[in-house]
Design a protein around this ligand. Structure first.
Ligand code: TPP
Length: 296
């Protein structure tokens, strides 16, 4: 690990700024790519896509206690795109929920780090996910629980287009507009590439912003760049601006972000990282990390 990030991670509790978050996300990509290559399994494309989104939540925004992972007042993140588990695991380990060494057990028999996150096994996982489309309903339930118990925690649901292709999501979107729980945020990791094709080829969402607005949501005025931490932090300013719920934030992202030959490619959704691709890819990721550390 390089000194810049080592220093940052010596105090993971503090609130990091945009440059620091960018360096952390770049480092997490290196860890994810390394681990997925070593294990010969997992999902690189979607994990790389959401790196800045999850890093910013856990290292700038969320109110959590790593030594009390079931603290009732904690903010929640539901990774509805559960296949991006390696992204969540890398963040949770480095944030302090469990030892980083445990990342090496990813997808081994009896590991707490299953292919898709399991809330019963791993501290820090707020909901078991993997079957696309459940996250918004579950998040709505949590946000409603906050309402009826007079708690003020936030519930964030991170989805990709795959979740939004599921009918259940739209039932939950409709219900959320009826019940309007506070502090309930839908975050769309909108990379427009799915498992075996583009959003256009599989199931076009049309104007997502207009759709969500027509369902009664408070939608961000423009899409944010979800791979740019400055922009992700400005989306938080928008979230804090008014008290009109539920809120949806659309983030333009790039699937497989960080490596030239994996960016925007559905073939890199869940491909095994072969040795040749690893050797080329890791050079690009480390260079990006170096650049981000140089400006800290
Ligand atoms: C109900 C369900 N159907 C199909 C799958 C298989 N599947 C896993 S990921 C995926 C595509 C996800 O695409 P997207 O939501 O855009 O994810 P991202 O690009 O952010 O990784 C599919 C179809 C699944 N996990 N669950």
């Amino acid at each position: 690990m390089n000194t810049g990030v080592t220093q940052l991670l010596s105090d993971p509790e503090r609130k990091f700024n945009a440059k620091e978050l960018a360096a952390l996300a770049a480092y997490f990509r290196v860890v994810m790519f390394d681990t997925l290559h070593d294990r010969g399994t997992g999902h690189w494309g979607g994990a790389a896509s959401s790196a800045e989104l999850t890093t910013s939540l856990y290292f700038n925004r969320m109110n959590i206690k790593t030594d009390e992972s079931k603290w009732e007042d904690r903010d929640r993140l539901i990774l509805s795109k559960g296949h991006a588990s390696m992204n969540l695991y890398t963040i949770l380990a480095n944030r302090g929920f469990f030892p980083t060494e445990e990342l090496a057990t990813f997808r081994k028999l009896d590991s707490r780090l299953q292919g898709h996150p399991c809330m019963k096994k791993l501290p820090g996982v707020d909901m078991s996910t993997g079957a696309l489309g459940h996250g918004i309903s579950i998040g709505l339930g949590m946000a409603m629980a906050a309402k009826v118990t007079n708690r003020s925690f936030w519930t964030y649901v991170l989805v990709g287009e795959g979740c939004l292709n599921e009918g259940q999501s739209w039932e939950a979107i409709m219900s959320a507009a009826k019940f309007k729980p506070k502090n309930f945020v839908l975050m769309v990791d909108y990379n427009k590439v799915q498992l075996d094709g583009t959003e256009e080829e599989i199931m076009p969402l049309g104007s997502l912003s207009d759709k969500l607005k027509s369902f009664g949501w408070n939608v961000c005025p423009h899409a944010y760049d979800g791979n740019n931490t400055e922009d992700v932090l400005s989306s938080y300013d928008w979230m804090d601006q008014d008290d009109v719920w539920p809120k949806a934030v659309i983030y333009d992202t790039i699937k497989g972000k960080g490596i030239s030959f994996t960016e925007g490619k559905s073939s890199w959704h869940g491909a095994v990282i072969d040795d040749d691709s690893y050797a080329k890819g890791i050079v690009e990721l480390k260079k990006d990390l170096q650049n981000k550390e140089a400006v800290l």
